[in-house]
Design a protein around this ligand. Structure first.
Ligand code: ADP
Ligand code: MG
Length: 326
């Protein structure tokens, strides 16, 4: 992208807030970063491709928010404190308006979590946003997938199925030529609140931090609860009984979908970015105290059992979440 590339990088660079541990940020061949002594670095990367991870009509500011949110969600799921990130931005053309709007969403969320953008790459091609995020966690304190034990309870934060409900409604409404923008123009409050979950997910960073020392295993729900929780079962060598009736639903989801359709969305729909974790029953009171402190509901949805796999009444194995190469 040559000329335009450097203009775009300059536009991005102007927006970056300072952090004391960034010795050298955007502008050189590498960033120079000072990790705090004694902490481990948690490193993650997620890419969002237009038409795969978000509808092509998604507002640029929402793309910026979501691309960072999905990475912060991975740090949250490990109990890590966000610190730094890099951004690989692939654009069809050097579109300054797009970059400015993208930065509005990206930096709004970055500021909430004090994460600094320290470098990246800008290239031409089909719209794609890759972010690598780095955070800190004390050795031995990270929330891994392999720590669930028989007898632990299974918990989930917030509500499930809203993002998938938004996508479902969008697909149903868009019909012939009417797209997302037109559907949103209808300004239906139910539709808007579901869509806010899809477009602007809230990474549960404070919850992940609070779960250090309480949870035995943790994952963020990106591909669907059953699909994601199966990763914990596999890594931990255990099984799980999930109670579909216990899955938490928002008022908007309850209003928009009847029982069976709603439960499938909750159990298999992706993109909610809630945390699903396991903890011994002895931690119940401590977990409820965390829920109260963070004003974030935590719901017990099942129990860890011997064996492998997730059993969940009423949801067949063929409806279990999103896989890219399935
Ligand atoms: P190089 O040729 O060394 O890879 P670039 O010209 O790609 O350098 O980038 C110049 C500087 O701008 C580097 O510090 C790089 O990290 C930063 N940068 C490039 N694109 C982005 C971006 N999308 N977001 C943040 N920093 C970027
Ligand atoms: Mg480069």
């Amino acid at each position: 992208m040559s000329e335009g590339e450097f203009d775009l990088i300059a536009r991005i660079r102007r927006r970056v807030p300072a952090r004391d541990d960034v010795a050298l940020g955007i502008g050189d061949d590498c960033a120079l970063l000072q990790p705090p002594p004694g902490l481990q670095l948690a490193v993650t990367m997620d890419t969002l491709n237009a038409g795969v991870h978000f509808p092509p009509e998604t507002a640029p500011a929402d793309i910026g928010w979501k691309a960072l949110a999905v990475n912060l969600s991975d740090l949250a799921a490990m109990g890590a404190q966000p610190a730094w990130c890099t951004l690989s931005l692939t654009l069809p053309q050097a579109d300054e308006a797009f970059v400015d709007a993208f930065c509005d969403g990206f930096f709004a969320l970055a500021q909430q979590h004090g994460i600094a953008l320290v470098g990246g790459d800008t290239t031409r091609g089909p719209l794609s946003v890759g972010i690598a995020a780095h955070g800190f966690v004390e050795p031995g304190m990270a929330l891994r997938r392999d720590g669930a034990r028989v007898g632990d309870e299974v918990w989930v934060s917030g509500t499930l199925g809203d993002a998938a409900g938004a996508l479902r409604q969008w697909q149903e409404r868009k019909g012939g030529q009417s797209g997302l923008l037109q559907a949103k123009g209808h300004s239906d409050p139910l539709f808007d609140s579901l869509f806010a979950r899809l477009d602007r997910p809230t990474p549960r960073v404070a919850l992940g931090r609070a779960l250090r020392g309480l949870a035995t295993a943790c994952i963020d729900v990106s591909d669907g609860l059953l699909a994601d929780f199966a990763h914990i079962c596999r890594a931990s060598g255990v099984g799980a009984d999930i109670d579909t009736e216990a899955l938490p639903a928002s008022a908007a989801l309850r209003a928009a979908f009847d029982g069976d359709a709603r439960r499938v969305l909750q159990a298999t729909g992706g993109d909610d970015y809630e945390l699903c974790f396991t903890a011994p029953p002895a931690q119940r009171d401590a977990l409820q105290a965390v829920a109260a402190r963070l004003a974030l509901p935590l719901t017990c949805i099942g129990v860890i059992v011997e064996g492998g796999g997730v059993t969940c009444d009423g949801i067949g194995p063929d409806a279990r979440g999103y896989q890219h190469f399935a």
